[in-house]
Design a protein around this ligand. Structure first.
Ligand code: FES
Length: 518
């Protein structure tokens, strides 16, 4: 089996029974904020795109690059489609010209021609990617690989059941706006960022340890930020709170915990994988490449500046009545929302500036009033969350009829945020569900899960707690760690105060816990 690195989370898997291209991403994503690093735009995409199968793990724009798919990927390719609750991924791929689809069943092995086997595990909670994230397992001639991608399954049991895995590709770096965009003192940001960075690595070690594959490939990030206002997010300034460590940092950290089987793929690197060996060749020396990271980034910044400028030129639509358009789009959804509206529990304010981000003068302030089920001008009130961003970005979201603001505005990091109290997952869940189909799905999901009674218990130290994490059901007998009266679920790092059951990380999500009698 041959694995060719094609950048970020993308790879091409070649076997004698056919080839699979995964998540090809080349064009900038999220308001031209994220670029693949190392740069993959100079690869021979005509050849790479001439494949038998295409796998797009989910709709996040650093995995689903419409322009690139349209231009370079063979429309003869059969799409290996994850089993998602909405048809959006399939619809968007059909719009791009793909016609052949294998609709997989989650967690079921599918046998393709020539003895190639695939299985896609689909994660479908409202917090999994854009309502759906997935991993691809492939087997050919006794060689198995798991492209876990940036999916966060509670465990890897299903893959382990299918036999020893030879290569495990997974995310290790950050892919979120926290804590950088929060209006916090720098020292606090660094402390939160450091915690997050450590947690990301801990989670990665846990997955690696779960699967015990022969070889581990760090993939799916980090992106690079080439616009001047976002340049500070690149991990080149020795900031221990930076959440975007790169593959070379992964290798160093992995070595500290005893990892010796890491394989870094640059775009164009090729690994020949057999049951007993791996041979990898690179287009350039990997260590040297990362040692010169800053110079590579600076060169990219210069080369991509016209791309960013052209994108920016398309965002402003001053003729749009932002308040009126948001009222029209959001108010009917507020009316239908029960769980998410209740979960947000207060007004959310958008301060809109005259720039392309949080800097500049505020020209309009709008409130999405969840309890009042209204979108209206800000009325000098206390709000639960406040976002500050460019009016032009909201104009553009309205102009392109965007129904997922996480997969556009929030991931762009072109905003700042402040909040009262804890992180509130419902705020972000709601703003990724600005369509009838998604809203109904998410509300139904919360309905089912809120009502689900978690009957099983597990004992952790002096405490008997419900076995499944109130966040996304991780098995706490494996992911739970108790320190004094606080339980941390290591899958996403959420914390719970055991005597009260209160979730310390987010609103709601109470845990059932009792001190074990000795
Ligand atoms: S499942 Fe997310 S913190 Fe436990």
């Amino acid at each position: 089996m041959r694995i060719t690195g094609t950048g970020h989370a993308s790879m091409r898997i070649d076997t004698a029974a056919g080839s699979i291209l995964c998540d090809p991403w080349v064009n900038p994503a999220y308001f031209a904020s994220w670029f693949p690093f190392p740069d993959n735009s100079l690869l021979d995409w005509e050849t790479l795109g001439d494949v038998d199968y295409l796998y797009v793990s989910h709709l996040h724009r650093d995995h689903f690059d419409a322009e690139h798919l349209k231009r370079f990927i063979s429309k003869k390719a059969t799409v290996l489609l994850p089993e998602y609750p909405t048809s959006q991924l399939e619809d968007e791929l059909r719009d791009l010209g793909f016609t052949s689809f294998l609709k997989t069943k989650s967690d079921e092995v599918h046998e393709l021609d020539g003895g190639l086997k695939v299985m896609i595990q689909a994660l479908i909670s409202p917090t999994d990617g854009p309502i759906g994230d997935s991993s691809l397992w492939v087997e050919y001639d006794g060689i198995r690989v798991l492209n876990q991608n940036d999916a966060r399954p509670t465990d890897l049991t299903r893959f382990n059941e299918l036999g020893h895995v030879h290569a495990h590709m997974l995310q290790f770096s950050g892919a979120i706006w926290y804590p950088m965009v929060y209006e916090l003192p720098e020292a606090a940001k660094t402390a939160f960022g450091k915690q997050k960075r450590d947690r990301q690595f801990d989670r990665t070690w846990r997955y690696i340890d779960d699967l015990k594959a022969d070889h581990v490939f760090p993939i799916a990030g980090p992106p690079c930020f080439l616009d001047d206002t976002l340049w500070k997010f690149n991990d080149i300034f020795g900031d221990e709170g930076n959440i975007f460590p790169d593959q070379s940092v992964f290798m160093a950290e992995y070595a500290k915990v005893g990892g010796t089987n890491g394989v870094v793929l640059l775009p164009g690197s090729v690994s020949e994988l057999s049951a007993s060996s791996i041979e990898t060749s690179h287009p350039t020396d990997v260590d040297e490449f990362f040692a010169n990271k800053q110079a590579h980034l600076e060169e990219m910044r210069e080369r991509k500046a016209p791309v960013i400028a052209a994108e920016k030129a398309s965002w402003r639509h001053p003729e749009i009545d932002v308040l009126g358009a948001l009222k029209k789009r959001i108010e009917p959804l507020l009316e239908e929302s029960i769980y998410m509206a209740q979960g947000v529990g207060g007004p959310v304010r958008f301060d809109l500036t005259d720039s392309f981000g949080p800097d500049g003068e505020v020209v309009e302030s709008i409130v999405v009033d969840f309890p009042g089920k209204q979108v209206r001008p800000y009325a000098d009130e206390k709000v639960r969350y406040r976002f500050k961003t460019g009016r032009a970005l909201i104009e553009h979201l309205i102009h392109i009829d965007e129904g997922d603001w996480v997969n556009s505005l929030f991931l762009s990091c072109r905003f700042s945020a402040a909040r009262i109290g804890q992180y509130n997952e419902y705020v972000y869940a709601f703003f990724k569900c600005l369509s009838e189909e998604r809203l109904q799905y998410a509300e139904g999901w919360y309905d089912e899960h809120e009502k689900a009674v978690e009957a099983e218990d597990t004992v952790l130290g002096d405490w008997t707690v419900q076995r499944r994490c109130p966040h996304l059901k991780a098995d706490l007998s494996r992911f739970g760690m108790v320190d004094g009266n606080v339980l941390t679920c290591q899958l996403h790092g959420w914390k719970f105060d055991l005597p009260s059951g209160r979730c310390l990380t987010s609103v709601g999500h109470k845990i059932r816990a009792e001190k074990t009698e000795n």
